[in-house]
Each structure stands twice: as structure tokens, then as C-alpha cells.
Ligand binder design. Structure first.
Ligand code: ZN
Length: 143
């Protein structure tokens, strides 16, 4: 990983500690470097009505859109997660988040970093995470 990637992962790791996850105990942090260069953070927010909870990626995307409006685009994303004992766990973005990331990605080459098995940090493109992404006929697929 480059220095930029490592700083983005460090931001995701720090944000992970802010998680509101009383039900699963799984803390997740996400850090997005926007195409503008700004960094946006998000954490998971659980709710007793489980489907109402937010993934960390969703929270970070919301922060970016709130700040930059419709022009917000993702250039890079890092995710970090721990279990209820604070131990790092494997955590790639869920299916719903993959679709959200793809739709707001600055291109299908956007790098996604996440912890995988045995503490390995995986880096893949959003195109690799979500091949054959859904898009409306009127929308332009990411370049
Ligand atoms: Zn998700």
C-alpha cells in the first residue's frame, strides 16, 4: 500500500472506534477519498429494527454528498472492522454498498482496501468487487 492508502486505512481504523453497534458488536469504519481530494469518514450505526441500520460506507457516502452535493465522486475507499473484542476481522463492502460505491465511483478502477483473512489488506477495484453492476438504461456506467 502507498502512503496515501495507509493514511486512508488509518482513518477508517480510527473511525471504526466511533461505531454504534450494540447488537452485533461489529465495529466498522470507512474512509473515502473523494475525487475532489477531500476525505470523508463513516461508521456503522445499528438500530434495534435491524434493516434501519447504516453501513459505514453508507455513512461516509452520505457525508460526502452532504458536503459536495451531486458532484461527489469516490476516488478511493478504505474499510476497517473489528469484532466485539476489538480484534480486526475480514470485512469487504456488502452487496448493497458495492452498488452504492459503483454508482458514485469516479470510474470502475476505483481502489477499495479492506482487511481480509490472516490480517492481509486486500486492494481491488470496484469493477472487480461488482462485475456486471446494475444501472438504469438512462444512466451512464462508470468509465
Ligand atoms: Zn454495506
Amino acid at each position: 500500500m502507498t502512503d496515501t492508502n495507509e493514511s486512508l486505512m488509518a482513518a477508517a481504523r480510527a473511525c471504526c472506534r466511533q461505531s454504534h453497534s450494540p447488537y452485533s458488536g461489529i465495529r466498522v469504519g470507512a474512509a473515502i477519498r473523494a475525487a475532489s481530494g477531500a476525505v470523508y469518514l463513516g461508521t456503522n450505526v445499528e438500530n434495534a429494527a435491524y434493516p434501519l441500520g447504516n453501513c459505514a460506507e453508507v455513512s461516509a457516502i452520505a457525508a460526502g454528498v452532504q458536503s459536495e452535493g451531486a458532484g461527489f465522486r469516490i476516488a478511493e475507499l478504505a474499510v476497517w472492522a473489528t469484532d466485539r473484542n476489538g480484534v480486526a476481522i475480514a470485512a469487504s463492502p456488502c452487496g448493497g454498498c458495492r452498488q452504492r460505491i459503483m454508482e458514485l465511483a469516479s470510474g470502475s478502477f476505483v481502489a477499495i482496501h479492506f482487511p481480509w483473512q490472516a490480517g492481509e489488506i486486500r486492494t481491488v477495484t470496484i469493477g472487480e468487487l461488482l462485475p456486471f453492476a446494475f444501472s438504469l438504461p438512462s444512466s451512464q456506467p462508470p468509465r
